[in-house]
Ligand binder design. Sequence first.
Ligand code: FE2
Length: 482
Amino acid sequence: MANQWEMLRTRAAAARGGRRESSAASSVRIVQAIDQCVASLRLYGAHHAMTAAAVSTSRATISGELRAAEVEVSVAGDILLTDGRPVPTRVAAVNKLLKRCHERDIGSIVFCRGFDDREFAALVGILTADPSDIKELGGPAVALSARGAERIRIMDDPGEEEEEEPEDGEDARRLYDLALRTVEESMEQARLGTLRSVGGVRTAARLLMGAILRDTSALLALTTIQRYDIYTFAHSVNVGILSLCLGAELGMTGQMLEMLGVGALLHDIGKTTVPKEILLKPAELSAEEFESIRAHPEEGARMLQKIPAIGAIPPLMAYEHHMTLDGGGYPERAPGYKISEPAQVVCVVDRYDAMTSVRPYRNAFPPDKALQHMSALAGQETDRRVTLALVGMLGIYPVGCCVRLNTNEIAVVVKRGIGDVRRPCVAVILDPDGARLTDSVEIDLGDPQIDGTHERRIVVGTVDAPTKGIDAAEILAQARAS
Ligand SMILES: [Fe+2]
């Protein structure tokens, strides 16, 4: 078994190492193959034998051009690129494909080794469908995924209009709920043994990635506000969002970041093999019950490995997410075993989210205490660089966290501190006597000018928002709107 995971690690490292570049001629052959198939479908229709033959020939051509596990055809303005290298524009097929991508808001198309005729026909269907129908279906990525394509993926092009103005947290809430439904569905399928694809989770990871790259704070705040019990899947979604944010902070991009998101959203999929009575038991577990919990990383990795085209990273993240750097945690492994980088991210994030959430056998730690505890153990149990990056990213008092000030006022953190992470930007909600203010007052605790004539406000601790009757999500929405 150990050798099997060693192989997985090698494949994951190879995936991180990037793909070989395609030559210009190879790029042109890929684009021309797509063009021929599009032309055939437009001429004969989707169900004609000539189209089926064109699909087969073009699929074989593109498969033959794959020099690595995948090739990406992407759009950058008026330039078409394969694996980041421009394709010569003098070729008519290039400009035709560019036009089709622009009309349908397609940012890139990724072909993974092993894609079949059915998946390629689904892509050509998207490239020839009415652009307004594609929009109606939720964009090209969702539309392709809905047609069952696993080994061909589309990344949406956000377009200029969407970059203009971030929405007031509604977009983040909608995405959070979408991810929640998707994870729940996949976990249920895993429990029933019918999970065959992670296309929906991949789409959710990609949409979360796009939202995080536009505005990290709205989704991060939801991970602080959204508490959960073991019946819900909010922990998996919180770990997914925090991992994507942390991965981006550590410099991960593109496919690597997407795989990190998929692995993080599904890291606990093996828990579907553990009976609920054990997961919810408020008392000490018997040795047998504990063994059942300890088996979930390996069970999860086994389940994910069976999914076609999932790649090496998500199963490895499931397998390694309870390991510690000092050789502790589980599953057991040979001395000197190196935990992969994506798993180190999920180890740190999983631990933080679990600490700050209520468990059947204990209360939640406030975020500042959890981060302090984790900082103290950085480099021993968890990777030092990754742990400190999480602390820097959340800023001790994360956005959405409810705090008490030295003036005895109660406030909600609405923005992280710039420079000094202990001095975030807050909205004061309750006055020193506990009375609710008609309008919240926003104060940047890091700005010395604000309280120049008075004692400077500082945070003295965190408080539980619900016990003070505070809806942190509502306060954040108001702060964004003002
Ligand atoms: Fe776990």
